[in-house]
Design a protein around this ligand. Sequence first.
Ligand SMILES: NC(=O)c1ccc[n+]([C@@H]2O[C@H](COP(=O)([O-])OP(=O)(O)OC[C@H]3O[C@@H](n4cnc5c(N)ncnc54)[C@H](O)[C@@H]3O)[C@@H](O)[C@H]2O)c1
Length: 305
Amino acid sequence: MSINFNDQVAIVTGAGNGLGRSHALELAKRGAKVVINDLGGARDGTGGGSEAAKEVVALIEANGGEAIANGANVADFDQVQQMIEQTMGKWGRIDVLVNNAGILRDKSFAKMDLADFQTVLDVHLMGSVNCTKAVWDIMREQSYGRIVMTTSSSGMYGNFGQANYGAAKMALVGFMNTLVLEGKKYGVNINTLSPTAGTRMLEDIIEDKQVMDLMSVESVTAALVTLCDRDAPNRTILCAGAGGYATTHIYETEGIFLPPSEQTPENVRANMDAIHNTQGEKMLLAGFEQTNKFVEKAIAYIKSQ
Ligand SMILES: NC(=O)c1ccc[n+]([C@@H]2O[C@H](COP(=O)([O-])OP(=O)(O)OC[C@H]3O[C@@H](n4cnc5c(N)ncnc54)[C@H](O)[C@@H]3O)[C@@H](O)[C@H]2O)c1
């Protein structure tokens, strides 16, 4: 059965350009009423204007859909709160939140100004936190919600010149992991998209036009839509680009146990191969699973004495 968002309301941040624009157009095409949030700034977050968001609204309306433009800066909680009030006033519910707005301030860490580090955290991390906080009670009360974070391979694996961006993007994975635990009984699923697409964000990194064309925003949006759906997974990091789709996970090795008299740095170093051994490694679904594993090994040792 095809995925639809009939009778649902979606907010897409940073929907005036690139991926957000594509996500918003597809959600609207599939029946959602969509809030097109965009500050309208340059790639580094400077400047602003409402043209881009209004153009997306006009496109949706021309295709028979419903949308409203909103110019909130996601890094400003008061503006986000007003956006949520505007949405609730107009449509009375919010089913889907796509945290997509983002900027870049790339420089090697040695040259990076702390103000640029903070600004990138403010937009990516606090922007997603602000929007999620503002819809959280609404989704809990209606016992339904789909929230998507947007991470990046730069966050999960690193990228030269993107210490600020990588830190902010990986923080969103941590944010998701706890929200999943807190949202589960209210029917609120949280997932993370890791895109790679030929938008203005990559235009000076990838110069080959053919490659940029392969990395279409639509190919990424196909993945995003599955994370917004009623049948969405929970806690998935879905990677998408150029028609490729994958997931990524954090695993923990089974590890070793050292009795108290052997708990020295030299013994930890001497056992590094066994600590790294991936046989039996697991994805842990809450932080306490790690604590329990270690404590169980320590108790087993005490009992064996
Ligand atoms: N393009 C890629 O390959 C790629 C890779 C990994 C992650 N991402 C992430 O995907 C998301 C979209 O990126 P894109 O490539 O479409 O970039 P883009 O620059 O084309 O679009 C980002 C949009 O966000 C808006 N925006 C920026 N700051 C805002 C703020 N404070 N409040 C509201 N709107 C704001 C911008 O005006 C812009 O329209 C970003 O979070 C980005 O980090 C993109």
